[in-house]
Ligand binder design. Structure first.
Ligand code: HAS
Ligand code: CU
Length: 552
C-alpha cells in the first residue's frame, strides 16, 4: 500500500514559505549593518531607511535577529522535522489537526510580534533583555510561536508512539530519532523562557507588575538560550548524519555513535547557560565553573559528529575511486548543489565551533564577551551551519515538494560557494576586531566617537564579505523562485536521501530507550540550575521598572 504524505507536504510547505519569507527580510538588514560599521559615511544607509519605517539601528538589528535567528529557524525546523520524522518512520501524522493548529498558533504569534517591531515599539533585540522593554504584543507573540512549536512536537510524539505500538521491538530509524530528540530537547529547554515570559516580561510590559529582576530574567533566558543553539544545529545534524553520506555515495560510518551524539545533546545541552553570564554579578563563580565544565562536555558530541561525518564522506569518496590520504575529498560530488553546500557549511562550522570553545573558556570569555567576536562566532554557527544547511536542503526538498526540477543548479552551486566565501570574509575579521580591539557588539561602530582607523581594513573586509553574502542570498531566492515558476517537471521523482549504516544493526538497545536519557537530562538540569534558581528567586528584587511610561 503506497502511503500518501500529501498532507505532511502541505504542512511542511507552509512552514517553509513563512520561514524563507522571514529570512528574505531579515537577511536584508545584514549588509546594511556591515556597511555602516565601515565608518564610511556614504555606506551608512540608516538615514534613508526612515522612509521605509526603520527608525533606528536597534529596530533594524531586532528585525535582523528576530526574523533570522528566531522566526526563520523555528518555522523551518518544525516544518523540516515534521517532514523528516514522518518519512523516516514511513508513517503519516497520527493527528494532523495538531500540526495544523501548531502552524496557526505560530503564525498568529509571528504577526503579533512583528507589528510592534515594525512600529518601532520592540527594539529589544532577539534576546529581549530587560530592563529594555517592548510592546507586550512582542512578548506574547514570541510566546505563541514557541507554544506553537511545542504543539508541533506533541504531534510528532503522538505519531511516534503510534509507530512504536505498531512496530514493537523495531529500532527507531536514525533520522526519526534525531528529529524526535531535537523536539524533546526543545520542550525541556524552552521552560526557561516560558517562565521568563509568563511570570516576568508579559505582566511587566502590561503594567501588571511594577518591576522585575533583570538577573533572574537573564538566567531564565539563558536556561533556554544555549540549548536553543542545538535546536538550531541538530536538524542540520539530522541531514549531515542521515542524508549527506548517501548523497556522497557513502554510508554512515558509525550509526551507534550518531545515536549517542543525539542523546548526549539531550542529556547535557540545558544546564550550561551560565557561560553566557560569566560577567553577571550575583552568580557565584563556582556555578559558572560547573556550567563551563558542562559546556566543554557538550562540545564532545560535536567532535563525535565531526569524526563520524568525515569518516562517512571518506567512505563515499573512496567508493567513487578516491585514493591516497586526501584524494577521496576531490571525488566527492562537489557538482551536486545540496551536497556541496552542506559540506561547505560543515567546514565553516568547524571554525565556529572552535570560537565557541574559546567563548566557553571562563577566562578567555572575559576578553571576548560582548565584543564583535561573538557575532563572528554565531554567524559561522547559526548563520552557516544551520542557515546554509537549511538553504541547501531546499535544493532537493523543493523539487520533491513541488515535483519540479531545480532551476539553474549551477546558480545553486554558486550560492553555496559565495556564502562560504562571504561568511569567511565577513566573520573572520569580527573575531580579530573583537579579540584585538574589543570592539563592542550591538553597536553602530561607524558612529563610535573612538572609531580607530586601524579597524578600517578589517571592517572593509567584513563589509565585502557581507556584500558577497547579499549576492549569495539573491542567488538563493532566484533559484527558489525560478523553480517555483518553472514549467519543467521532474523526470524522476525525488526521494528523501537516507544513509545506510556502514555496519547495520550494531546499535545496542540503550541507544533506543528514552527513559534513562530523559531522566538523566532532567536530573542534570535540577543539579545544574536547581540550587542557583532557588537562591536567585529567594533573593530576587522585582524593583527594576524599566523605561517609564508606555512605549506605545
Ligand atoms: Fe555559541 C554565544 C559557546 C555552538 C550560536 N553562540 C553564541 C551566540 C549564538 C551562538 C547565537 O561559551 C550569541 C548569543 C547572544 O546573542 O549573546 N557555542 C559555544 C560552544 C559551542 C557553540 C562551546 N553556538 C553554537 C552553535 C550555535 C551557536 C551550534 C548556533 C547554531 N556560544 C558559546 C558561548 C557563547 C556563545 C560561551 C557566549 C559568548 C558571550 O560571551 O556572549 C559548541 O557546541 C561548538 C561545537 C562545535 C564543534 C565543531 C564540530 C565540527 C563539525 C563539522 C566537521 C565536518 C567538517 C567537514 C569539517 C566542535 C561537526 C569536512 C569536509 C570534508 C570535505 C572532509
Ligand atoms: Cu551558549
Amino acid at each position: 500500500m503506497t502511503l500518501s504524505f500529501a498532507r505532511e507536504n502541505r504542512i511542511t510547505s507552509w512552514h517553509f514559505i513563512i520561514a524563507f519569507a522571514a529570512l528574505a527580510i531579515g537577511l536584508l538588514l545584514g549588509p546594511l549593518q556591515v556597511w555602516e560599521h565601515t565608518g564610511i559615511k556614504e555606506l551608512n544607509f540608516y538615514p534613508y531607511l526612515r522612509a521605509i519605517g526603520i527608525q533606528s539601528y536597534y529596530q533594524g538589528l531586532t528585525l535582523h535577529g528576530v526574523l533570522n535567528a528566531l522566526v526563520f529557524t523555528i518555522f523551518f525546523i518544525t516544518g523540516f522535522l515534521t517532514f523528516a520524522a514522518t518519512r523516516s518512520l514511513q508513517k503519516p501524522l497520527t493527528i494532523p489537526a495538531l500540526s495544523w493548529t501548531a502552524l496557526i498558533v505560530m503564525v498568529i504569534g509571528l504577526l503579533m510580534a512583528a507589528v510592534p517591531i515594525l512600529l518601532n515599539e520592540a527594539t529589544v533585540l532577539f534576546t529581549f533583555y530587560p530592563p529594555l522593554k517592548a510592546n507586550p504584543f512582542f512578548y506574547i507573540g514570541l510566546t505563541l510561536v514557541v507554544v506553537g512549536s511545542w504543539i508541533t512536537g506533541w504531534s510528532l510524539f503522538a505519531t511516534y508512539l503510534a509507530w512504536r505500538k505498531e512496530n514493537p521491538g523495531v529500532q527507531t530509524p536514525l533520522i526519526a530519532l534525531g528529529s524526535l530528540i531535537t523536539m524533546a530537547l526543545w520542550q525541556l529547554c524552552t521552560l526557561g523562557v516560558a517562565v521568563e515570559m509568563l511570570t516576568m516580561l508579559i505582566p511587566w510590559s502590561l503594567g501588571l507588575i511594577p518591576g522585575l529582576d533583570p538577573l533572574l530574567a537573564r538566567t531564565f533566558f539563558w536556561f533556554t538560550g544555549h540549548p536553543l543553539v542545538y535546536f538550531w544545529l541538530l536538524p542540520a545534524y539530522v541531514s549531515w548524519y542521515g542524508m549527506v553520506p548517501k548523497m556522497a555515495g557513502g554510508k554512515l560510518f558509525s550509526e551507534p555513535l550518531a545515536r549517542l551524539a543525539f542523546w548526549l545533546f539531550l542529556l547535557i545541552s540545558t544546564p550550561l547557560g551560565f557561560h553566557h553570564q560569566y560577567t553577571d554579578p550575583g552568580i557565584p563563580a563556582i556555578w559558572k565553573y560547573v556550567h563551563a565544565g558542562l559546556t566543554f562536555a557538550v562540545f564532545f558530541p560535536s567532535l563525535l559528529t565531526a569524526f563520524n561525518v568525515i569518516a562517512s564522506l571518506e567512505i563515499g569518496g573512496r567508493a567513487r575511486g578516491g585514493t591516497g590520504l586526501f584524494g577521496w575529498i576531490f571525488r566527492l560530488p562537489w557538482n551536486e548543489p545540496s551536497f556541496a553546500t552542506q559540506t561547505l557549511a560543515m567546514i565553516i562550522f568547524a571554525f565556529g565551533g572552535i570560537s565557541g570553545l574559546i567563548n566557553a573558556s571562563y577566562n578567555l570569555n572575559l576578553v571576548t564577551h560582548n565584543t564583535v567576536w561573538v557575532p563572528g562566532h554565531f554567524h559561522m554557527t547559526v548563520g552557516t551551519a544551520s542557515a546554509l544547511t537549511f538553504m541547501a536542503l531546499m535544493y532537493w526538498m523543493l523539487p520533491m515538494l513541488t515535483g519540479k526540477a531545480l532551476r539553474w543548479p549551477k546558480l545553486a552551486l554558486a550560492q553555496g560557494w559565495t556564502w562560504f566565501i562571504g561568511m569567511a570574509l565577513m566573520s573572520s575579521p569580527l573575531h580579530i576586531l573583537g579579540l584585538r580591539y574589543e570592539i563592542p557588539r550591538r553597536t553602530m561602530i561607524g558612529a563610535l566617537p573612538y572609531f580607530n582607523p586601524e579597524w578600517s581594513p578589517f571592517l572593509i573586509a567584513s563589509a565585502l564579505g557581507g556584500t558577497i553574502l547579499l549576492i549569495s542570498s539573491i542567488l538563493f531566492f532566484t533559484v527558489m523562485i525560478g523553480t517555483l515558476v518553472s514549467k519543467e517537471k521532474l523526470v524522476k521523482a525525488v526521494e528523501m536521501p537516507v544513509a545506510e549504516a556502514y555496519q547495520p544493526g550494531l546499535a545496542p538497545k540503550w541507544l533506543d530507550s528514552w527513559r534513562p536519557w530523559l531522566a538523566g537530562a532532567v536530573t542534570l538540569v535540577v543539579i545544574g540550575y536547581g540550587p542557583m534558581l532557588v537562591q536567585l528567586i529567594a533573593q530576587s528584587q522585582w524593583i527594576v521598572p524599566g523605561p517609564a511610561g508606555r512605549l506605545w
